[in-house]
Design a protein around this ligand. Sequence first.
Ligand SMILES: NC(=O)C1=CN([C@@H]2O[C@H](COP(=O)(O)OP(=O)(O)OC[C@H]3O[C@@H](n4cnc5c(N)ncnc54)[C@H](O)[C@@H]3O)[C@@H](O)[C@H]2O)C=CC1
Ligand SMILES: N[C@@H](CC=O)C(=O)O
Ligand code: NA
Length: 434
Amino acid sequence: MKPVKVAICGLGTVGGGVFNVLFRNASEISRRAGRPIVIEQVATRTPNPDCETSSVYMSQDVFDVIENPEIDIVVELIGGYDIAYDLVMKAIEAGKHVVTANKALIAVHGNEIFQAAREAGVVVAFEAAVAGGIPIIKSIREGLTANKIQWVAGIINGTGNYILTSMQEEGKTFEEALAEAQELGYAEADPTFDVEGIDAAHKLTILSAIAFGVPLSFENVYTEGISRITIDDIQQADSLGYVIKHLGITRRTEEGLELRVHPTLIPKERLLANVNGVKNAVMVSGDAVGPTLYYGAGAGAEPTASSVIADLVDVARAMGVDQASRVPYLAFADQSYDLPVLPMEEIETAYYLRLLAVDRPGVLARVATILSEQGISIEAIVQRDSIEGELVPIILLTHVTKEAAMNEVIRQIESLADIAGGVMRIRVESLNDQ
Ligand SMILES: NC(=O)C1=CN([C@@H]2O[C@H](COP(=O)(O)OP(=O)(O)OC[C@H]3O[C@@H](n4cnc5c(N)ncnc54)[C@H](O)[C@@H]3O)[C@@H](O)[C@H]2O)C=CC1
Ligand SMILES: N[C@@H](CC=O)C(=O)O
Ligand code: NA
């Protein structure tokens, strides 16, 4: 059969991985695809010293690939929203299929991109955009089609999980661990996307759309990162029987959709609590199947390449299939369903609170009164021994309550004369995985 001809745009961490794995496993991949998948062109601003590119047509301008009539599939691996957006839209306009690892682009511009792709009759595939090497898009979109999915919760940023694990297990500082993640090629070009939760919010946007069949709505994700987590929080959580993980959570309720990313205390015995380093894991609970778990590398050159190449094979297979018989971009052929996203104030969880108090009698009683006035019961209190003249950290674990009530509690605690600075709040999820 005729080979499928591919242009790789961007030869960095992911592009380099795709290039090398496509060459190394060429015969295995073409046995699966039923025909060879050939790199016809590479367009990249900077070469990659790990790739032997002498046999491939190289250019610097990514828009060259649009003009190349030989190219069937444009692989967008440059990142960002601007040039990547133009490249993908021009590729679609030119009738070329697209494979991308760019979650920012899909989360923010996906509704428009898929509409254009539908009209042009081309495939846009994005398995690498969520959880790197884990085939989570395919699992939800194709493997779980029988189910009414109830919730999805996952560790979906490799850099963030690498940082939290290094702080917890190796006593590294936040800065040291982030520098290592950058060195290993895990972090985004702007690492604030990783540490402030934006990258996870992009991925959760995509997961929510394919799990529930709702439009992509990145602007509605409640987003909090890990940059305020201290080693003290990690140790306090540990002594209470919890691990701190950064989670993306989306849940369908009677009232609407939960859509949130934030640090979370998880009981140590839960499966997600034991996912460490650059590994990601996504739990998906469906009404028929129950809870399911998908685990693997969330970032890095070859794990991510594994997903990009799986998409290339899927596109190669879909090329001979009419549009109506292809797997829908966002899992649902009927795209008309929508659900309101619940405001964060409506969410119910338990909470970990860390406060710094002046060591005076009665301070704990005042805090406890504020909680009880909001109808919130306390699960545990830890007050460290005071050192003369120093502020005393107090840790509280509460039972489940509404976020709105907790906002009011925090406002009142912060206004007490005995309390210094702000209250650190981390949500607690029990995540029943059985
Ligand atoms: N690094 C990772 O582990 C993962 C990254 N991704 C996504 O994959 C995409 C690529 O990420 P990385 O490979 O890490 O980035 P990178 O920074 O390592 O590589 C980007 C490549 O694109 C080239 N490039 C950038 N702008 C260009 C332009 N205007 N014209 C020509 N070439 C240009 C650069 O020269 C470089 O070769 C991003 O969307 C990222 O979010 C997704 C999953 C995992
Ligand atoms: N920066 C991202 C890369 C993969 O999506 C991460 O660390 O998860
Ligand atoms: Na994936």
